[in-house]
Design a binder for this molecule. Structure first.
Ligand SMILES: [Zn+2]
Length: 230
């Protein structure tokens, strides 16, 4: 991992800490145990005294936003997230079809883990630019949710890809069907992500391989999806 980037590997979901001259930023906020893991990783890197200025959300699923409000309050950080997921942050997205299972799971999780609904300080539209980490572009990659967004660093050629795909050891796949609100849009979003000038991708559900390996696997998944359609 680069010296201005930490992957915080929590049990079900990885989230990221970025460092620039102004301070630190989180990409997503992890799930259970994330506060403890974040503390440990910051201490390990010697970053525990640096201010956490902002939180960028890839989408509104509970395993990515559970700690958004607690972290924002604790660190005095702003929250930014895709506008089209506004109902997710408020815990009232109208899940349809098979993804209603996710709605039920999230309802239970919100009650159990005392989720605090919110509206981000900044609601991001597609292609928004953020003055973070030398400049990040919000890349709308819908399908998993309506607003699902990756964050692209043109200077480093890295894409934080959220739940665009799952990258378990050696076998990349689309997120399981119950978690996808608009599954037909996912292949197009994968193609859009791969059209960027990339050296690596950093998914939210993955093993601890380097970004270049995740990129190679995403390309493999793309080939699999497009050959199936031919
Ligand atoms: Zn998700």
């Amino acid at each position: 991992m680069a010296d201005d980037l930490i992957a915080v590997r929590a049990p079900v979901v990885t989230f990221y800490v970025l460092k620039d001259d102004a301070g630190l930023y989180l990409i997503d906020t992890g799930f259970l145990t994330a506060p403890r893991l974040l503390r440990r990783e910051l201490r390990r890197r010697g970053w525990e005294h640096l201010p956490i200025r902002g939180i960028l959300l890839t989408h509104g699923h509970l395993d990515h936003v559970l700690n958004a409000v607690p972290f924002a309050e604790k660190f005095g950080a702003w929250i930014a997230g895709p506008r089209a997921d506004a109902d997710h942050y408020l815990g009232r997205w109208p899940y349809r079809g098979i993804s209603r299972v996710t709605g039920v799971l999230e309802g239970v999780g919100r009650a159990l883990f005392r989720y605090r609904p919110f509206t981000p300080d900044r609601l991001l539209d597609p292609d928004a630019e953020l003055d973070v980490w030398g400049g990040l572009q919000a890349v709308h990659l819908p399908g998993h949710t309506a607003g699902h967004t990756g964050y692209y660093s043109p200077t480093r050629k890295l894409l934080f890809s959220g739940d665009l795909f799952n990258d378990q050891p050696g076998w990349p796949f689309r997120p399981p069907p119950i978690f996808n609100s608009f599954p037909k849009q996912i292949p197009g979003s994968i193609a859009k992500a791969l059209s960027l000038d990339l050296a690596g991708v950093l998914p939210a559900h993955c093993d601890d391989q380097p970004p270049a390996v995740h990129l190679a696997r995403l390309r493999r998944l793309h080939e699999r999806l497009t050959s199936r359609r031919r």
